[in-house]
Write a protein that binds this ligand. Structure first.
Ligand SMILES: [Zn+2]
Length: 436
């Protein structure tokens, strides 16, 4: 019998008890009950060449065609795509642990903001900080995210709130993106809060964001999206529309913080603007969610934000799924919701929003990738996609959400390179991983 020469792979991960391909959603997010089908291959293998997935299937079948000198045995473990975090406020200085205590004593988020705390406190500290200090903070955060399985992260500006300081924060993201294995997808959020110097002159600040900041950010290609904190007492519908329209004119797709603290028409505006995503959505009506579904606006649900607001109110993920709204999950990492870990997001989504582990996994991978316009490239293990892959120390995917409060990630592969390995004492991030 003639022996067929085998193809050589740069890396082969094999014998996974469950290989979650999450196939079928590369063109559009996965909707409703279809989120329960993770395209699981038992005893699965994935072969990687030049940072991309070249084969996926049963280990025995892959082994007939592929050989590699670099093999990871994933016996009794889950192999899945890296988490995508579609909503973070990555760049900031300082911390707000005193406000955490004030909120435990009963002060509300908006009360603290109106007294110059909250976002405005972080803004003052971020304005004072130099690029190197901010970059150092980013490096630490990104490494924690990577160790917990996040391989791509969206990051918003919004703690500078002057043209100069917003550009500074976006430039820090750009630097971090070139030196860290995680890919950072930048969003301009100049309309995060009205800074103190524009108190009682919101319209003046909106003009600054629209006429000066957005053109400058777009000209320097520092962001892909433009976001607004659309909320009673912050930016109203009219102002939000003005800013998002200007963003679209400059090539920045629209995103919104919508209906987080009150039902304010944010979801309707997201549909009207054909935004790529709308986040929070705690107070959105069925009618407004239906408009989002009709326009394909992706819901970015942030259960850790509800957890840290301590209001016991969570977005109605199941209702959104029934109505055909594409649902994704993110951390909302920021100084009042200080958590980097998408596994924690999944645990909260299961326990507080009654999503099944499979639904939550699809929401934190392929649908999250679509929420940042990367669904064609990441979020599932399919031919040609980037080899962003996790090996989890659990026998099946239901342990995500179920076994909480610890890190289930054993290994992280980014663009085909092993960048985190719990079983190794070496710090792979600083020693050998090239920037993607
Ligand atoms: Zn946010």
């Amino acid at each position: 019998m003639r022996k067929v020469a085998k193809e050589e792979a740069d890396l082969l991960i094999e014998r996974a008890s469950e290989l979650l391909t999450i196939r079928g959603g590369s063109r559009k997010p996965i909707l409703g009950k279809r989120m329960r089908d993770l395209g699981i291959i038992m005893d699965g293998a994935v072969a990687i060449r030049n940072g991309r997935v070249v084969r996926v299937g049963k280990t025995d079948m892959i082994r007939e065609k592929i050989e590699s000198s670099n093999v990871i045995d994933a016996s009794k473990r889950v192999v899945m795509p890296g988490f995508v975090d579609p909503h973070t406020h990555l760049v900031f200085a300082g911390s707000r642990e005193e406000e955490f205590e004030m909120r435990l004593e009963g002060a509300s988020y908006l009360e603290i903001l109106q007294k110059g705390g909250g976002i405005l406190k972080t803004m003052r500290e971020t304005r004072k900080a130099g690029k190197e200090e901010l970059l150092e903070g980013c490096r630490k955060t990104l490494s924690i995210m990577l160790e917990h399985g996040t391989t791509t992260v969206e990051a918003k500006s919004g703690y500078g709130l002057t043209t100069e300081d917003e550009l500074k924060c976006l430039e820090v993201m750009k630097l971090a993106n070139t030196e860290h294995p995680i890919e950072i997808v930048p969003t301009f959020l100049g309309a995060h809060a009205v800074p103190s110097e524009y108190k009682d002159n919101t319209a003046g600040y909106v003009d600054l964001v629209a006429d000066e900041m957005i053109p400058e950010v777009a000209a320097r290609k520092l962001a892909e999206f433009c976001d607004v904190f659309c909320e009673r007492g912050v930016f109203n519908i009219e102002h939000s529309r003005e800013i998002l329209s200007q963003g679209i004119r400059h090539g920045l797709a629209a995103k919104l913080h919508a209906d987080e603290l009150t039902g304010f028409g944010g979801a309707e505006l997201a549909a009207e603007m054909q935004a790529i995503s709308a986040s929070h959505l705690l107070f959105s009506s069925d009618a407004s969610l239906q408009l989002m579904a009709d326009q394909g606006v992706i819901a970015v649900l942030l259960p850790a934000a509800s957890f840290t607001l301590m209001t016991r109110l969570y977005a109605n993920a199941k209702r959104m799924m029934e109505l055909g709204v594409p649902v994704s999950l993110g951390t909302d990492y920021n100084p009042s919701c200080w958590g980097e870990n998408q596994q924690m997001t999944i645990a909260l989504a299961c326990h507080q929003m009654r999503m099944t582990p499979a639904e939550a996994i699809a929401a934190a991978t392929i649908n999250a990738a679509h929420a940042i316009n990367r669904g064609h490239d990441i979020g599932s293990l399919e031919l040609g996609k980037r080899a962003d892959i996790l090996v989890l120390n659990v026998p099946n995917h239901r342990f995500l959400g179920y076994h909480f409060g610890v890190n289930l990630v054993a290994k992280v592969v980014k663009d085909g390179n092993l960048v985190f390995d719990r079983e190794s004492d070496r710090n792979l991030i600083s020693e050998e991983s090239p920037p993607h």
